[in-house]
Write a protein that binds this ligand. Structure first.
Ligand SMILES: [Zn+2]
Length: 410
């Protein structure tokens, strides 16, 4: 061992997980093999890595006296080499050194990007490549080295999911990957569903230019539910016009499925939304029940079971639900998957909102107030906006101000 090698592999330089800028990282081990009998800081570092892998007792490598390549180290190196399919000779050559170095990392533990000199290598890179490959991005072989092809695949992924396509696996990208991991594990999150989610994100974050179809649930001869002097047809028509005004003010195009004198079938409403090439559909209702007790807001999206539905539909439903509960004071009657015709026949994410019960005295009192309908309209517009925001720009529920929407990046 030379001083040069020892200096380049001193543990202190590795503390932040970055190779030293002068390039004196593991690659400087080229010419040498570390083996039995050697005493050096590099041995202490190797012992620490082996301990982290559970191959040496915990704490080994932390003490100044742990710098000797004894039988226990040789045995642990051999075990590691066997695990990783390396030649199990108990000697740390360049390849074993790099594999040991990379084994410490789990995805998210450091920021990965394409580095021409000394590319990132390790278990975190393997995890990144596997996730990208599972999602259909072409990374080539999952070889654990972050090179040009991994970068291109990562940029493709970021572009498709509305993240900044910088080719860097930072916190927002890793969060998006793990979120999709949960999504992809669900039976219904087919590639079609993921594409539907992608299509939304690709439309960009600004509400301006989006096409939102509003569907007043009743009209013409059809009053819907009634209670406490209120008629569902009138309440939802009022809410629709408040929504229409706010969406238009934010630059979105709002379309109503029908005027107040008509009540088209669900199929006609779905056709209208499809022909309008809408980004989203929001159907507006109030509920009613024979008992006065049921209360609260519920939102329905297309799906056949709790983990078996439209991913973007469920997301829009969840956002509307949470914003309405946070801003309007209605009880939380949750979101639910359903196969109702309007939701089934629409090609875009679509939700059916039941904004409180006209048959419940407290809900009805709220529904009769202008201020309540205003905040319900705001809650729905904010939720619609949030659907288009990438994960790293999505604000906390209840805080996004409508007046701030215009300043969001296009
Ligand atoms: Zn209704």
């Amino acid at each position: 061992m030379t001083d040069h090698h020892d200096a380049g592999r001193a543990p202190a330089q590795d503390a932040d997980g970055e190779a030293p800028a002068d390039g004196s990282d593991g690659s400087s081990v080229d010419a040498s093999v570390i083996g039995p009998g050697e005493r050096s800081p590099a041995v202490r570092q190797i012992a620490g890595w082996l301990a982290a892998q559970g191959l040496l007792p915990a704490g080994r490598g932390s003490d100044h006296d742990d710098d000797r390549y004894d039988d226990a180290v040789a045995e642990a190196v051999r075990a590691f080499q066997q695990q990783r399919g390396l030649r199990a000779d108990g000697l740390v050559d360049r390849h074993t050194y790099q594999t040991l170095e990379g084994a410490r990392w789990t995805l998210g533990g450091r920021v990965l990007h394409h580095r021409l000199e000394h590319p990132y290598a390790g278990d975190d890179v393997v995890a990144l490549q596997r996730r990208l490959a599972e999602l259909g991005f072409d990374v080539g072989r999952c070889d654990g080295t972050f090179a040009g092809r991994t970068e291109l695949a990562l940029r493709d992924f970021q572009r498709n999911y509305g993240l900044t396509p910088d080719g860097t696996a930072g916190p927002a990208t890793v969060r998006a990957l793990s979120r999709l991991d949960r999504t992809a594990g669900r039976g219904a999150a087919s590639s079609h569903e993921l594409r539907e989610a992608e299509a939304l994100r690709r439309r960009g974050p600004a509400l301006a230019g989006k096409r939102v179809v509003l569907d007043p649930g009743h009209g013409g001869e059809d009053d819907g539910h009634t209670g406490h002097g209120l008629v569902e047809r009138e309440v939802v028509a009022d809410l629709a016009s408040r929504l229409e005004g706010r969406l238009s003010a934010a630059g979105a195009a709002a379309y109503l499925t029908h005027g107040p004198d008509r009540c088209p079938s669900d199929l006609e409403r779905a056709r209208f939304a499809n022909e309008t090439d809408a980004d989203l559909l929001v159907s507006l209702h109030c509920d009613g029940h024979a008992s006065a007790r049921p209360a609260g807001v519920a939102v329905y999206y297309f799906g056949t079971g709790p983990d078996n539905g439209s991913v973007p539909g469920e997301r829009l439903a969840g956002l509307i639900q949470r914003e309405v509960v946070a801003r309007c004071g209605l009880d939380d009657a949750r979101t639910h998957p359903t196969t109702w015709e309007l939701l089934r026949r629409t090609r875009m994410p679509a939700v059916h909102v039941e904004l409180g019960y006209l048959t419940n005295p407290r809900d009805a009192e709220l529904l009769g107030q202008d201020a309540f309908l205003d905040s319900a309209a705001e809650a729905i517009v904010v939720a619609v906006q949030r659907v288009f925001l990438p994960e790293d720009q999505d604000p906390t529920t209840g805080v996004l101000d409508l007046s701030a929407l215009a300043s969001l990046p296009r």
